[in-house]
Design a binder for this molecule. Sequence first.
Ligand code: ADP
Length: 259
Amino acid sequence: MELTTGVDRAREPGGKQFPSLYVEPEKAAEEIDWPALEFNDVFKIYESGSARTVALRGLDLRVEPAELVAVVGPSGSGKSTLLALAAALDRPSAGDVTVNGRSLAHLDEAGLASHRSRSVAIVFQSDNLWPELSARENVATALRLAGRPHPERTAEETLGAFGLSERTHLRPGSLSGGEQQRVAIAAAAARRAPLVLADEPTGELDEKNEGIVLRSLADLRDRFESTIVVVTHSDRVAAACDRVIELHDGKVATGKDAP
Ligand code: ADP
């Protein structure tokens, strides 16, 4: 399934009329007792002409705050659809998706845009960064578009927290694939997005660069207390997560703790 590009996402209006959906991450782990993300009996049916595809058929799942969860499953099992619904890029046909205890079903288009802008960050397989901007300007621009204060300073500090102080002036083309993904993950951290959705973030990387991304995701969870859902085909990524959710034919097949 085709999701929007980083540039499109960042241009979404950052409406402020639904602030209650946004929970500061530092509060999220301590004060709330609701799940960071929950799907309750969710169905998604795509219809075009006479064709009808049931992508999700009664999906139930619950992800706790500051949990790093892998979603695995064969092609067509509904992984991208799950991400799209969690990101509020699409609505379920039936059932309920909640983020930080709030149902997305009650939000109008402006509310969904606010959710996307304030509560969610998406990291794609590649091309998460503007190629003509330095790492610092990439993060600062994402912050500016999200209406966050002190974008330059926050970008510098966050890239430093991810061990990229020496790389902030470089454009993506001068960074390794793993470093580019680390900058994208740092941008999610800088935005203080409570829920980070990663779609095959190591899909185009070798082992070394995959290791960089794995450390970045762990840093994001441990230092910024983000809740992270990673769709992956990589056994190594799945094994590094707190828990693995396996989809099969639009439902959870098994939920097992990673070794
Ligand atoms: P995965 O990410 O696990 O490969 P998807 O969520 O992309 O699975 O797709 C689940 C099912 O829904 C597949 O049969 C796919 O062909 C179908 N599907 C996904 N997006 C659309 C769409 N926009 N229109 C019609 N069918 C779709």
